[in-house]
Design a protein around this ligand. Structure first.
Ligand code: NAD
Length: 297
Protein backbone atom coordinates (compact mmCIF):
# COMPACT_ATOMS: atom_id res chain seq x y z
CA UNK A 1 0.00 0.00 0.00
CA UNK A 2 1.31 3.42 -0.92
CA UNK A 3 0.66 6.09 1.67
CA UNK A 4 -0.43 9.46 0.37
CA UNK A 5 1.20 12.01 2.67
CA UNK A 6 -1.38 14.59 3.72
CA UNK A 7 0.39 17.93 3.93
CA UNK A 8 -2.84 19.78 4.71
CA UNK A 9 -3.41 17.65 7.82
CA UNK A 10 0.17 17.91 9.10
CA UNK A 11 0.18 21.66 8.48
CA UNK A 12 -3.14 22.00 10.35
CA UNK A 13 -1.59 20.23 13.37
CA UNK A 14 1.38 22.60 13.29
CA UNK A 15 -0.87 25.64 13.02
CA UNK A 16 -2.95 24.40 15.98
CA UNK A 17 0.19 24.10 18.13
CA UNK A 18 1.40 27.50 16.99
CA UNK A 19 -1.98 28.97 17.87
CA UNK A 20 -1.51 28.29 21.57
CA UNK A 21 1.99 29.81 21.43
CA UNK A 22 0.60 32.92 19.71
CA UNK A 23 -2.06 33.13 22.45
CA UNK A 24 0.62 32.90 25.18
CA UNK A 25 2.70 35.58 23.47
CA UNK A 26 -0.38 37.80 23.24
CA UNK A 27 -0.99 37.24 26.98
CA UNK A 28 2.59 38.42 27.54
CA UNK A 29 1.78 41.55 25.49
CA UNK A 30 3.59 40.47 22.33
CA UNK A 31 1.49 39.79 19.27
CA UNK A 32 3.72 38.58 16.39
CA UNK A 33 3.81 40.76 13.26
CA UNK A 34 4.86 39.64 9.80
CA UNK A 35 5.47 42.27 7.12
CA UNK A 36 5.16 41.11 3.52
CA UNK A 37 6.56 43.21 0.70
CA UNK A 38 5.22 42.62 -2.78
CA UNK A 39 7.03 43.98 -5.81
CA UNK A 40 6.85 41.01 -8.11
CA UNK A 41 6.27 40.66 -11.84
CA UNK A 42 5.03 37.08 -11.32
CA UNK A 43 1.20 36.89 -11.26
CA UNK A 44 1.29 33.94 -8.81
CA UNK A 45 3.17 36.05 -6.25
CA UNK A 46 0.12 38.13 -5.33
CA UNK A 47 -1.78 34.92 -4.56
CA UNK A 48 1.10 33.57 -2.45
CA UNK A 49 1.33 36.78 -0.44
CA UNK A 50 -2.40 36.99 0.20
CA UNK A 51 -2.44 33.31 1.29
CA UNK A 52 0.41 34.04 3.73
CA UNK A 53 -1.47 37.04 5.12
CA UNK A 54 -4.66 35.02 5.56
CA UNK A 55 -2.70 32.31 7.39
CA UNK A 56 -1.34 34.97 9.76
CA UNK A 57 -4.73 36.47 10.46
CA UNK A 58 -6.21 33.05 11.22
CA UNK A 59 -3.66 32.57 13.99
CA UNK A 60 -3.88 36.10 15.34
CA UNK A 61 -0.54 37.13 13.85
CA UNK A 62 -0.59 40.73 12.57
CA UNK A 63 0.01 40.87 8.82
CA UNK A 64 1.42 44.08 7.40
CA UNK A 65 1.08 44.37 3.67
CA UNK A 66 3.34 46.64 1.62
CA UNK A 67 3.12 46.86 -2.15
CA UNK A 68 5.45 48.72 -4.48
CA UNK A 69 4.97 49.54 -8.15
CA UNK A 70 7.13 47.45 -10.45
CA UNK A 71 8.91 50.50 -11.89
CA UNK A 72 10.00 51.92 -8.53
CA UNK A 73 13.81 52.11 -8.15
CA UNK A 74 15.69 49.68 -5.93
CA UNK A 75 16.19 52.45 -3.35
CA UNK A 76 12.42 52.58 -2.74
CA UNK A 77 12.43 48.89 -1.82
CA UNK A 78 15.56 49.29 0.33
CA UNK A 79 13.94 52.23 2.17
CA UNK A 80 10.93 50.05 2.97
CA UNK A 81 13.18 47.27 4.25
CA UNK A 82 15.19 49.74 6.36
CA UNK A 83 12.00 51.05 7.95
CA UNK A 84 10.76 47.55 8.73
CA UNK A 85 14.17 46.59 10.16
CA UNK A 86 13.99 49.61 12.50
CA UNK A 87 10.37 49.04 13.54
CA UNK A 88 10.25 47.18 16.87
CA UNK A 89 6.66 46.14 16.21
CA UNK A 90 7.72 44.08 13.18
CA UNK A 91 9.10 40.62 13.95
CA UNK A 92 9.38 39.07 10.50
CA UNK A 93 10.02 40.48 7.03
CA UNK A 94 9.37 38.67 3.78
CA UNK A 95 10.08 40.16 0.37
CA UNK A 96 8.24 38.01 -2.13
CA UNK A 97 10.45 36.77 -4.96
CA UNK A 98 10.97 37.31 -7.79
CA UNK A 99 11.65 41.05 -7.72
CA UNK A 100 11.81 43.06 -10.99
CA UNK A 101 14.93 42.62 -13.14
CA UNK A 102 16.34 46.07 -12.32
CA UNK A 103 16.71 45.01 -8.68
CA UNK A 104 19.39 42.62 -7.46
CA UNK A 105 17.62 40.03 -5.28
CA UNK A 106 20.88 39.32 -3.50
CA UNK A 107 21.05 42.93 -2.31
CA UNK A 108 17.46 42.64 -1.13
CA UNK A 109 18.22 39.56 0.94
CA UNK A 110 21.33 41.14 2.43
CA UNK A 111 19.37 44.26 3.42
CA UNK A 112 16.93 42.39 5.68
CA UNK A 113 17.91 42.21 9.35
CA UNK A 114 18.94 38.54 9.86
CA UNK A 115 16.96 38.52 13.13
CA UNK A 116 13.79 39.29 11.13
CA UNK A 117 14.66 37.11 8.12
CA UNK A 118 11.84 34.57 8.51
CA UNK A 119 12.56 33.13 5.05
CA UNK A 120 16.03 32.14 6.27
CA UNK A 121 17.72 33.42 3.08
CA UNK A 122 20.08 36.06 4.51
CA UNK A 123 23.74 34.93 4.24
CA UNK A 124 23.98 34.96 8.04
CA UNK A 125 21.13 32.50 8.32
CA UNK A 126 22.40 30.41 5.40
CA UNK A 127 25.81 30.33 7.09
CA UNK A 128 24.33 29.27 10.40
CA UNK A 129 22.47 26.44 8.67
CA UNK A 130 25.57 25.23 6.85
CA UNK A 131 27.64 25.49 10.03
CA UNK A 132 25.12 23.35 11.89
CA UNK A 133 23.33 25.82 14.19
CA UNK A 134 20.38 27.13 12.19
CA UNK A 135 18.26 29.94 13.57
CA UNK A 136 15.56 30.23 10.89
CA UNK A 137 15.39 27.17 8.65
CA UNK A 138 14.05 27.97 5.15
CA UNK A 139 10.34 27.17 5.15
CA UNK A 140 10.03 24.61 2.35
CA UNK A 141 12.84 22.22 3.40
CA UNK A 142 11.92 22.69 7.06
CA UNK A 143 8.35 21.77 6.18
CA UNK A 144 9.60 18.67 4.37
CA UNK A 145 11.54 17.63 7.47
CA UNK A 146 8.35 17.98 9.53
CA UNK A 147 6.36 16.08 6.92
CA UNK A 148 8.82 13.18 6.98
CA UNK A 149 8.79 13.11 10.79
CA UNK A 150 4.98 13.11 10.84
CA UNK A 151 5.04 10.17 8.39
CA UNK A 152 7.47 8.30 10.69
CA UNK A 153 10.18 8.34 8.03
CA UNK A 154 13.52 8.15 9.83
CA UNK A 155 16.16 9.89 7.73
CA UNK A 156 19.15 8.54 9.65
CA UNK A 157 21.40 6.40 7.47
CA UNK A 158 19.03 6.70 4.50
CA UNK A 159 20.03 7.68 0.98
CA UNK A 160 18.38 11.02 0.30
CA UNK A 161 18.46 12.35 -3.26
CA UNK A 162 17.55 16.00 -3.83
CA UNK A 163 16.81 17.02 -7.41
CA UNK A 164 17.47 20.75 -7.67
CA UNK A 165 20.09 23.03 -6.14
CA UNK A 166 18.19 26.30 -5.70
CA UNK A 167 18.82 28.70 -2.84
CA UNK A 168 15.27 28.26 -1.52
CA UNK A 169 14.75 24.50 -1.80
CA UNK A 170 17.55 22.23 -3.06
CA UNK A 171 20.57 23.59 -1.20
CA UNK A 172 18.94 24.10 2.21
CA UNK A 173 17.19 20.72 1.88
CA UNK A 174 20.54 19.02 1.34
CA UNK A 175 22.02 20.95 4.25
CA UNK A 176 19.22 19.83 6.56
CA UNK A 177 19.57 16.21 5.44
CA UNK A 178 23.29 16.19 6.31
CA UNK A 179 22.92 17.84 9.73
CA UNK A 180 23.96 15.71 12.65
CA UNK A 181 20.50 16.19 14.14
CA UNK A 182 16.99 14.71 14.07
CA UNK A 183 15.65 14.83 10.52
CA UNK A 184 19.22 14.69 9.24
CA UNK A 185 22.00 12.09 9.25
CA UNK A 186 21.05 11.06 5.71
CA UNK A 187 23.62 10.28 3.04
CA UNK A 188 22.73 12.99 0.58
CA UNK A 189 23.12 13.38 -3.17
CA UNK A 190 22.27 16.66 -4.87
CA UNK A 191 21.31 16.49 -8.55
CA UNK A 192 20.94 19.46 -10.87
CA UNK A 193 20.71 20.54 -14.50
CA UNK A 194 24.26 19.30 -15.26
CA UNK A 195 23.85 15.92 -13.57
CA UNK A 196 24.80 13.03 -15.80
CA UNK A 197 22.44 10.02 -15.84
CA UNK A 198 19.91 11.42 -13.38
CA UNK A 199 17.88 8.22 -13.27
CA UNK A 200 20.88 6.25 -11.97
CA UNK A 201 21.07 8.69 -9.03
CA UNK A 202 17.33 8.84 -8.32
CA UNK A 203 17.15 5.04 -8.27
CA UNK A 204 19.55 5.12 -5.30
CA UNK A 205 17.04 7.10 -3.27
CA UNK A 206 15.29 5.92 -0.13
CA UNK A 207 13.96 9.46 0.07
CA UNK A 208 13.58 11.54 -3.10
CA UNK A 209 12.91 15.28 -3.03
CA UNK A 210 11.98 16.62 -6.45
CA UNK A 211 12.50 20.40 -6.84
CA UNK A 212 13.43 21.10 -10.45
CA UNK A 213 10.35 22.99 -11.61
CA UNK A 214 9.78 20.68 -14.60
CA UNK A 215 6.28 19.22 -14.90
CA UNK A 216 6.08 15.48 -14.12
CA UNK A 217 9.62 14.73 -15.26
CA UNK A 218 10.42 12.15 -12.60
CA UNK A 219 8.48 8.99 -13.23
CA UNK A 220 8.30 5.52 -11.75
CA UNK A 221 11.01 4.15 -14.05
CA UNK A 222 13.49 6.46 -12.26
CA UNK A 223 12.63 5.15 -8.79
CA UNK A 224 13.25 2.04 -6.72
CA UNK A 225 10.55 0.17 -4.88
CA UNK A 226 9.76 1.52 -1.42
CA UNK A 227 11.07 5.06 -1.98
CA UNK A 228 9.47 7.99 -0.14
CA UNK A 229 8.72 10.70 -2.71
CA UNK A 230 8.43 14.37 -1.80
CA UNK A 231 7.23 16.43 -4.74
CA UNK A 232 8.03 20.13 -4.28
CA UNK A 233 7.17 21.20 -7.82
CA UNK A 234 4.29 23.56 -8.48
CA UNK A 235 4.01 23.95 -12.23
CA UNK A 236 1.23 25.58 -14.19
CA UNK A 237 0.37 23.59 -17.30
CA UNK A 238 -2.28 24.48 -19.86
CA UNK A 239 -5.51 22.63 -19.21
CA UNK A 240 -9.16 22.75 -20.09
CA UNK A 241 -10.17 24.30 -16.76
CA UNK A 242 -11.87 27.56 -15.79
CA UNK A 243 -8.47 29.19 -15.24
CA UNK A 244 -6.98 27.66 -18.38
CA UNK A 245 -4.31 25.80 -16.43
CA UNK A 246 -3.80 23.23 -13.71
CA UNK A 247 -1.04 22.72 -11.15
CA UNK A 248 1.17 19.66 -11.44
CA UNK A 249 4.27 18.57 -9.59
CA UNK A 250 7.71 17.54 -10.79
CA UNK A 251 6.73 13.90 -10.34
CA UNK A 252 4.48 11.80 -12.52
CA UNK A 253 2.18 10.81 -9.66
CA UNK A 254 0.64 7.61 -11.00
CA UNK A 255 3.81 5.82 -12.04
CA UNK A 256 5.76 7.09 -9.01
CA UNK A 257 3.03 6.07 -6.56
CA UNK A 258 3.18 2.55 -8.02
CA UNK A 259 6.80 2.32 -6.77
CA UNK A 260 6.67 4.46 -3.63
CA UNK A 261 5.90 3.51 -0.04
CA UNK A 262 4.74 7.08 0.54
CA UNK A 263 4.30 10.11 -1.72
CA UNK A 264 3.08 13.70 -1.48
CA UNK A 265 0.34 14.95 -3.80
CA UNK A 266 0.38 18.28 -5.66
CA UNK A 267 -1.41 20.27 -4.47
CA UNK A 268 -1.84 19.37 -0.80
CA UNK A 269 1.65 18.06 0.00
CA UNK A 270 4.60 20.38 0.49
CA UNK A 271 2.78 23.68 -0.25
CA UNK A 272 0.75 23.88 2.98
CA UNK A 273 3.87 22.95 4.98
CA UNK A 274 5.85 25.85 3.50
CA UNK A 275 3.15 28.24 4.65
CA UNK A 276 2.95 26.69 8.12
CA UNK A 277 6.72 26.97 8.62
CA UNK A 278 6.62 30.68 7.77
CA UNK A 279 4.23 31.09 10.70
CA UNK A 280 6.61 28.97 12.79
CA UNK A 281 9.57 31.25 11.99
CA UNK A 282 7.50 34.37 12.69
CA UNK A 283 6.48 33.04 16.11
CA UNK A 284 10.07 31.98 16.80
CA UNK A 285 11.34 35.43 15.80
CA UNK A 286 8.89 37.10 18.18
CA UNK A 287 10.13 34.97 21.06
CA UNK A 288 13.80 35.59 20.24
CA UNK A 289 13.39 39.34 19.84
CA UNK A 290 11.56 39.68 23.14
CA UNK A 291 13.67 37.23 25.10
CA UNK A 292 10.64 35.03 25.73
CA UNK A 293 10.70 31.23 25.73
CA UNK A 294 8.20 29.94 23.21
CA UNK A 295 6.89 26.42 22.64
CA UNK A 296 7.34 25.41 19.03
CA UNK A 297 5.96 22.27 17.34
P1 NAD B 1 14.68 26.85 -9.47
O1 NAD B 1 14.24 27.06 -10.87
O2 NAD B 1 15.31 27.95 -8.72
O3 NAD B 1 15.67 25.61 -9.41
C1 NAD B 1 15.43 24.46 -10.17
C2 NAD B 1 16.60 23.53 -9.99
O4 NAD B 1 16.36 22.37 -10.76
C3 NAD B 1 17.93 24.10 -10.43
O5 NAD B 1 18.83 24.05 -9.34
C4 NAD B 1 18.39 23.21 -11.56
O6 NAD B 1 19.77 22.91 -11.50
C5 NAD B 1 17.56 21.96 -11.37
N1 NAD B 1 17.25 21.33 -12.65
C6 NAD B 1 16.80 21.92 -13.78
N2 NAD B 1 16.68 21.02 -14.76
C7 NAD B 1 17.08 19.84 -14.26
C8 NAD B 1 17.20 18.53 -14.80
N3 NAD B 1 16.86 18.27 -16.05
N4 NAD B 1 17.65 17.56 -14.00
C9 NAD B 1 17.99 17.82 -12.70
N5 NAD B 1 17.90 19.03 -12.14
C10 NAD B 1 17.45 20.03 -12.92
O7 NAD B 1 13.39 26.29 -8.72
P2 NAD B 1 12.96 26.30 -7.18
O8 NAD B 1 12.67 27.67 -6.77
O9 NAD B 1 13.86 25.44 -6.37
O10 NAD B 1 11.55 25.55 -7.33
C11 NAD B 1 11.46 24.25 -7.87
C12 NAD B 1 10.00 23.88 -7.99
O11 NAD B 1 9.42 23.87 -6.70
C13 NAD B 1 9.16 24.87 -8.80
O12 NAD B 1 8.14 24.16 -9.47
C14 NAD B 1 8.55 25.76 -7.74
O13 NAD B 1 7.34 26.34 -8.15
C15 NAD B 1 8.33 24.77 -6.64
N6 NAD B 1 8.31 25.32 -5.29
C16 NAD B 1 7.35 24.87 -4.46
C17 NAD B 1 7.32 25.27 -3.15
C18 NAD B 1 6.26 24.73 -2.27
O14 NAD B 1 6.03 25.27 -1.20
N7 NAD B 1 5.63 23.62 -2.63
C19 NAD B 1 8.26 26.16 -2.66
C20 NAD B 1 9.27 26.59 -3.53
C21 NAD B 1 9.29 26.15 -4.83
Amino acid sequence: MTEQIDGEAVAADIRAELQSTVDSLADAGERPTLATVLMSPDPASETYVSMKQNDCEELGINARDIELDLDEPAEALFDVIDELNADDDVNGILVQSPVPDHIDYREVLERIDPEKDVDGFHPTNVGRLVAGYPQYKPCTPHGIQKLLAATDVDTEGKDAVVVGRSRIVGKPMANLFIQKAPGGNATTTVCHSRTDDLAAKTRQADILVAAAGIPEFIDGSMLSAGVVVIDVGINRVDADTEKGYELVGDVDYESAAAKASAITPVPGGVGPMTRAMLLYNTVKATGLQNDLDVDLP
